[in-house]
Design a protein around this ligand. Structure first.
Ligand code: TRP
Ligand code: ZN
Length: 902
């Protein structure tokens, strides 16, 4: 698109039914990287439900060459060919349309449509990639059954895969061969997939609860076969979990996963043929960290669960994206929590919940406060790929979770059952999902609609009053939206239904039995209560409260809101020490840290001396040494909120002051708790074979957190020995990469002692793992995230790495590790006051804009919060955005710029 053309805005209110339907699709491919031939035979019918009976047929098509087109076997002359597709006029009611076209996989650097990765063919069709393969009604409410014939050179592409079940395969003249696939389930075009190349599979047969045998396969390049068992095991767990928890059973004869090096996001749920970023498939103890393993389980679960939530029932249009994504994230979160032990292991479930809420607040709350803020069901978009956001995913998951909080687990299950009963095989809306939940539970969920239509993060202000005489405790909850970004302020904000879970704690730290005024005696047993706030302001009075209690608010984070309540620091410390709700214990610690941080940051800005309150350090020390708590939970509590999150809590974001304040906290905590950290480090060893049980994972987390803190000691010389020893002896990647990070951190502390050792370790690591792209990504990321040492800016290192032979701007994983690693994960160095980081960012966005607009747009977003920064940086950031605006062409990047600069 030219810079001058005004971007087309797609609006939800403009939705109309498709005027034509496509019932069956038959595709034939002659796969050649430079020029692939596609023959598509479509059974087309005018949509009987559409009022327009003379409409033209508009087929989307991009970067294609049309060779021929027939309607009922005759050349069709009422045809016009455009840049973005075809228009056919004078069509009968029902007909067979045959199209032959060419597409160009080898030139496809956008990774949307049919492309080549490491010499193999892959497709990516969500959201609008199918139109880059052939002309089609490329919209999710057009569902068809597909039969696919793949033809290719047999020696170069021995494996030919597509959706569904294999019908036939065989050889062809000239060293070619073919495979025919059929997917019996009607699907939208965005779920189509093909893969062709040289792969091997790890496979397993399982029997479903209906007694049917299924074939599961994980396809990878031969040298990766030793890294596939965890993925396969995770898939088996996901399949059984969905049967047990939601009664959803695998429908196809086989289920395949293929790993690819080049993918714009995590993974894709194509029917029966999931395509995964290698990062979320390949793992063994030597190559992957504990976190990588956890991510694999969760992404495998996520894509598998899409088979029902997304594929069997899909979205009517892209405004309904959260219908499948929010719901499927909720499902994968529940899956991971259950795999961590579920209700049998409340601490492990709490850690999972803490991680999920952490992501939500870090990413989604921040998004919600900026120019890209949008409701979970957006009203408009320019480029749909820009709307695969944490609002759609993570806030969407919280909305689904609230149905479960309100209706209970059984109610959730009833609602889901009804949803599938009503809508299997259909393309539906978020309203349909809500209606199923409401009807199955005989609840009025009309007001709940506002969670979908209203953007921005709601706030709940809490006031409390204790009456000694009547022994009552009254909470007044007021919901409001303040601090919304300007483009959301216009929209009406009506009260939401907010499930508000809470407890009251006595002076001994025990939960009080809760009885609301007017309630019968028998309700007098719970210590956690769910209040439903449905008006702007409501009061709730608890009776029989013998002493003034301390409220534990929004237990387990029962709604995605911000709580405003003026706890004293002593009260937060008390909650941190005593709350029976583990989530809220962690939360109290985070609030305390944030509060301490904000005071320090202001002093840092004014160059005043810094000091850390002794009480704060004592509270953290108590948790660190509390052997009754799991190491995993302790590690969560002792991890300070991220630099970026903390900086965003300032009135004006000042990355330098934020860095200084947070570093000061880390140093002080390191020195003061020196002994505790050393003790934790030595107690939390995990000798013997690497194991992924939650105890060992937790121990490694706490041990490596201890190591990280210890590098901040006043005199970290001994820690150098510790880190080096850990690096040399590690029998797994978690410990090895943590040791390497520690060595790098020590370079900025004691450069003369550490630099040579760190350099040697980095080289050893690189050469040992040279053939493993995923591990080399870790190497790039470590270097991008390092603090400056001996006056050398990290940017200078990053610029050198851009020239490194292993760096490749066309590979999204590499871009994420080096460029995002620096611009996103190293805020202090990225936001240097000389603007050098922004100049680098401008260059990279412009280069990526013409290679891969989706990735370029994500990089563009890193400056969207420019208005919130201190004036000096704000000016530089604005200039950087404008420079990109003068040079970028993709509508992906332009949409972000338009919103950021508006
Ligand atoms: N539907 C994918 C998911 O599971 C997300 C997705 C959208 C995606 N576009 C993609 C994945 C492009 C890989 C490449 O969430
Ligand atoms: Zn998804």
């Amino acid at each position: 698109m030219s810079k001058l053309t005004k971007a087309t805005v797609i609006r939800r209110e403009d939705y109309t039914l498709p005027t034509f339907l496509i019932h069956t699709v038959e595709l034939e491919f002659d796969l050649v990287p430079e020029r692939t031939l596609v023959r598509s035979t479509l059974h087309v019918q005018r949509n009987p439900q559409s009022s327009d009976v003379v409409a033209d047929l508009k087929l989307a098509g991009e970067a294609l060459k049309l060779l021929s087109l027939t309607v009922n076997a005759c050349t069709h002359h009422a045809l016009t060919v455009h840049d973005d597709g075809l228009i056919l006029s004078n069509l009968p009611k029902e007909f067979e349309l045959v199209i032959e076209n060419v597409c160009y996989p080898a030139d496809n650097t956008m990774l949307s449509g049919l492309y080549i990765s490491n010499g193999h063919f892959f497709t990516q069709c969500e959201a609008e990639g199918f139109r880059r393969i052939t002309y089609f009604l490329d919209r999710p409410d057009v569902m068809a059954t597909y039969r696919v014939t793949l033809r290719a050179d047999q020696s170069a592409y021995p494996v030919l895969l597509s959706n569904g079940n294999l019908l036939d395969s065989g050889t062809l003249p000239h060293g070619w061969h073919y495979a025919k696939w059929e997917d019996p389930f009607p699907k939208p075009s965005y779920l189509f997939a093909l893969v062709a190349g040289t792969f091997v599979a790890r496979e397993q047969r399982i029997t479903t609860c209906y007694g049917k045998e299924k074939l599961l396969q994980i396809w990878v390049e031969l040298h990766d076969l030793d890294k596939t068992s965890y993925a396969l095991d995770s898939l088996v767990r996901a399949i059984y979990w969905d049967e047990y928890r939601f009664g959803r059973v695998l429908d196809l004869e086989r289920f395949m996963i293929v790993a690819v090096r080049d993918l714009n996001m995590g993974a894709m749920e194509n029917k029966g043929l999931n395509i995964f970023n290698a990062q979320y498939v390949l793992a063994n103890a030597q190559t992957a960290t504990d976190i990588d393993f956890a991510n694999i389980e969760s992404v495998i679960g996520h894509e598998y669960f899409h088979n029902w939530t997304g594929n069997r029932v899909t979205g009517r249009d892209w405004f309904q994206l959260s219908l499948k994504e929010g719901l499927t994230v909720f499902r994968d979160q529940e899956f991971s929590a259950d795999m961590a032990g579920g209700s049998n292991n409340p601490e492990a479930s709490a850690v999972k919940r803490i991680n999920d809420v952490h992501v939500l607040r870090q990413m989604q709350f921040s998004e919600d406060a900026g120019p890209m803020a949008h409701p979970v069901r957006p009203e408009s978009y320019v480029e749909i790929n820009n709307f695969y956001t944490s609002t759609i995913y993570e806030k969407g998951a919280e909305i689904v979770r609230m149905y479960q909080t309100l209706c209970g687990r059984d109610g959730m299950r009833r609602g889901m059952d009804l949803y599938f009963e009503r809508h299997d095989g259909k393309a539906v809306t978020c309203d349909d999902f809500r209606a199923a939940m409401a009807d199955a539970n005989h609840r009025d969920l009309a007001q709940f609609e506002r969670w979908y239509s209203q953007g921005g993060t709601p706030r709940v202000a809490v006031r409390t009053a204790y009456n000694m005489v009547s022994r009552t405790f009254t909470l007044t909850l007021t919901q409001h939206y303040s601090g919304l970004p300007p483009h959301l302020v216009q929209t009406q904000n009506k009260p939401l239904p907010i499930p508000f879970s809470l407890g009251l704690i006595d002076a001994q730290g025990h939960d009080i039995l809760l009885r609301l005024q007017g309630e019968p005696d028998k309700a007098h047993s719970a210590t956690t209560r769910l209040l439903e706030l449905i008006q702007i302001e409501q009061s709730f009075t608890f009776i029989d409260v013998a002493e003034k209690p301390l409220p534990s608010l929004l237990r387990n984070f029962s709604a995605p809101v911000i709580i405003e309540y003026d706890y004293t620091s002593d009260e937060l410390a008390f909650l941190l020490a005593h709350d029976s709700d583990l989530f809220n214990r962690w939360e109290a610690g985070q609030r305390l840290s944030t509060r301490v941080f904000l005071l320090l940051a202001i002093r840092a800005q004014k160059n005043l001396p810094l000091e850390l309150p002794a009480a704060f350090m004592a509270s953290l020390s108590a948790v660190l040494c509390d052997e009754s708590l799991s190491p995993a939970f302790r590690a969560k509590v002792l991890t300070l909120p991220s630099e970026t999150y903390l900086a965003e809590q300032m009135d004006e974001v000042d990355p330098a002051a934020a860095y200084q304040a947070r570093q000061f906290m880390r140093r002080k905590l390191a020195d003061t708790l020196h002994r505790d950290w050393l003790a934790a480090y030595s107690v939390c060893g995990t000798p013997g074979t690497y194991d992924l049980n939650s105890i060992d994972v937790g121990k490694r987390a706490l041990k490596n957190l201890a190591l990280q803190y210890l590098t901040e000691l006043n005199n970290p010389t001994e820690v150098l020995t510790l880190a080096q020893a850990q690096f040399d002896k590690a029998n797994n990647m978690t410990d090895r990469v943590a040791a390497l990070a520690a060595l790098l951190a020590l370079c900025s502390r004691i450069p003369t002692q550490a630099q040579d050792l760190a350099k040697a370790a980095l080289d050893t690591f690189y050469h040992y793992y040279e053939g493993n792209a995923l591990v080399i990504d870790k190497w790039f990321a470590l270097l991008a995230k390092q603090h400056s040492s001996t006056g050398q800016r990290t940017l200078d290192v990053v610029r050198k790495l851009i020239q490194h032979p292993a760096f490749n701007l066309k590979n999204p994983n590499r871009v994420r590790s080096l460029i995002f690693g620096f611009c996103l994960a190293n805020p202090n160095q990225f936001h240097l006051p000389d603007g050098s980081g922004y100049a680098f960012w401008v260059e990279q966005v412009i280069m990526l804009d013409s290679i891969n607009p989706q990735i370029a747009a994500r990089l563009t977003r890193l400056l969207e919060h420019w208005r919130k920064f201190v004036p000096a940086l704000r000016t530089l950031m604005r200039a950087a955005l404008e420079e990109v605006a003068n040079n970028a062409n993709s509508k992906d990047v332009r949409e972000i710029l338009d919103k950021a600069l508006a």
